[in-house]
Write a protein that binds this ligand. Structure first.
Ligand SMILES: Cc1cc2nc3c(=O)[nH]c(=O)nc-3n(C[C@H](O)[C@H](O)[C@H](O)COP(=O)(O)OP(=O)(O)OC[C@H]3O[C@@H](n4cnc5c(N)ncnc54)[C@H](O)[C@@H]3O)c2cc1C
Length: 422
């Protein structure tokens, strides 16, 4: 095992759920399936959480943001319910599964979630040149990672209810559908961590997020490698293609602006042909397919009375790379902590600190990436554009990207860190 895997969150998780123990992960499966047949003490079937009970904090979405929020809030003693519409937490995976190694300082997961480590990123430009940058990261098993994060929330004292879909949030409460039943859940605070097409954000009056659309195949690779590859081409408008290794396979994908959606599978075929032509692949042998929307939005409001938005639901994804797992975990952690503090103090005004703390954690990086995206999209189709020069200025794999970062201001309409708490 790589020694770095023992640090931070990985080590902490293994203290209460070691790799070879039947950890809380199996409890989640029990809750969903076998639990239906087991009666609990008060007539509520075990694993069927009582939605009629009133909660301090209800978290909608058990992805990295939601589970981190639920864990952080439950650890502080709040009565927490985590819901997800999925039947299996973490499935289907809609991710290329590459995260920076320092995620283990924030997330609680076992080494089993790491398929392999990565040491650098190689960026390939259409003129045939390529550039290396140190980029220590993990290739995750996202489905296991998400399950372990949810397990960690439960082990911290939270309740979880799968196959529970939020349909509307109003002053009366959160309307959910569980099977054929529609129910209303009451809570002091709601955390919307329900992804890029968040129904909580919609209920809070937010317009849909601007997104990049991505298609990804997991393919068998002839040679293992310990770096990730990123490819630019004028046809991959506003996006890029990737080749992220996972031992004997790799996640191979293309992301482009939503307006070019109809061209996505053609672009994927083009990329696969290129990989075969350049002998990166000996043939195209696909073992899995996925895809999805990745927010690429300017920073926006994330606190609405007693509602917080976190992760993709809040547009916390990096507008240039599309990476969102680390920020989702960090935002979730902050949301859970601030919400629990607000409950403890009996003062929901305290929730305003959430936005300030998120800004401190990753606000500059997101605001800067949004500016770079604007520049990228405005110039992509300019006649006589030096395309390679444009990519150097707008891609994180080049030092030119970071020039000007110090000048970036936090979003003026948001409270600043030095402002007194409201
Ligand atoms: C193709 C692709 C590749 C990507 N690659 C990477 C990568 O390599 N690295 C990286 O860092 N990021 C990557 N991302 C982005 C990353 O996957 C997201 O940023 C991350 O998953 C955000 O976590 P989240 O918890 O905010 O949302 P999600 O992971 O989307 O979780 C949201 C959860 O909410 C649930 N939900 C949704 N609606 C409801 C509802 N109404 N009621 C109840 N539950 C609901 C969903 O079932 C889901 O479990 C990629 C995204 C895509 C689409």
């Amino acid at each position: 095992m790589n020694p770095t895997l023992k640090k931070g969150g990985v080590g902490e998780f293994s203290r209460f759920a070691s790799d070879n123990e039947p950890s809380a992960i199996s409890n989640i499966a029990v809750n969903g399936i076998i639990g239906e047949f087991l009666e609990g003490a008060k007539g509520v079937p075990l694993g069927k959480v009582d939605l009629n009970s009133s909660y301090d904090i209800v978290v909608i979405g058990a992805g990295p943001a939601g589970s981190s929020a639920a864990r952080a809030a439950a650890q502080r003693g709040a009565k927490v319910l985590l819901i997800d519409r999925r039947r299996h937490i973490g499935i289907p995976v809609q991710c290329a599964e590459f995260v920076p190694q320092w995620i283990s300082r924030h997330a609680f997961f076992s080494s089993a979630c790491v398929i392999q480590t990565v040491d650098k990123m190689v960026t390939h430009l259409p003129d045939g040149t390529s550039y290396e940058m140190k980029s220590p990261g993990f290739m995750l098993d996202r489905s296991l990672f998400d399950k372990e994060l949810a397990a960690s929330a439960v082990l911290s004292g939270g309740k979880i209810s799968i196959e529970t879909e939020a349909v509307n949030l109003s002053p009366e409460g959160l309307a959910v559908e569980r099977g054929s039943k529609r129910e209303l859940i009451h809570s002091k605070v709601f955390i919307g961590a329900d992804g890029a097409h968040s129904s909580v954000a919609r209920s809070a009056g937010q317009p849909p997020l601007k997104t990049i659309l991505a298609l990804q195949y997991e393919v068998v690779i002839p040679e293992p490698q310990n770096h990730v590859d990123v490819y630019f081409h004028k046809d991959y408008k506003g996006g890029y293609a990737w080749f992220f290794p996972k031992g004997r396979t790799a996640n191979v994908g293309v992301g482009i602006i939503a307006q070019k959606m109809t061209l996505l599978s053609k672009r994927m075929d083009h990329f696969l042909d290129y990989l075969v032509g350049s002998r990166k692949l000996s043939s195209v042998e696909i073992v899995a397919k996925t895809g999805g929307s990745i927010p690429c939005e300017k920073p926006r409001r994330t606190v609405f009375d007693n509602i917080l938005l976190a992760g993709d639901a809040a547009g916390h994804t990096h507008s240039i790379t599309g990476a969102g797992v680390l920020n989702a975990v960090i935002a979730g952690e902050i949301a859970g902590k601030v919400a629990a503090e607000a409950i403890e103090r009996g003062n929901l005004q305290h929730l305003q600190n959430y936005e300030v703390q998120c800004q401190e954690a990753f606000g500059k990086s997101l605001a800067y990436s949004a500016l770079k995206r604007e520049f990228l999209e405005n110039n992509w189709n300019q006649p006589n554009i030096d395309f390679e020069g444009l990519i150097r200025k707008t891609w994180v794999g080049f030092k030119e990207y970071y020039e000007g970062r110090r000048k970036i201001e936090l979003h003026p309409s948001f409270p600043r860190a030095e402002d007194p708490p409201l």
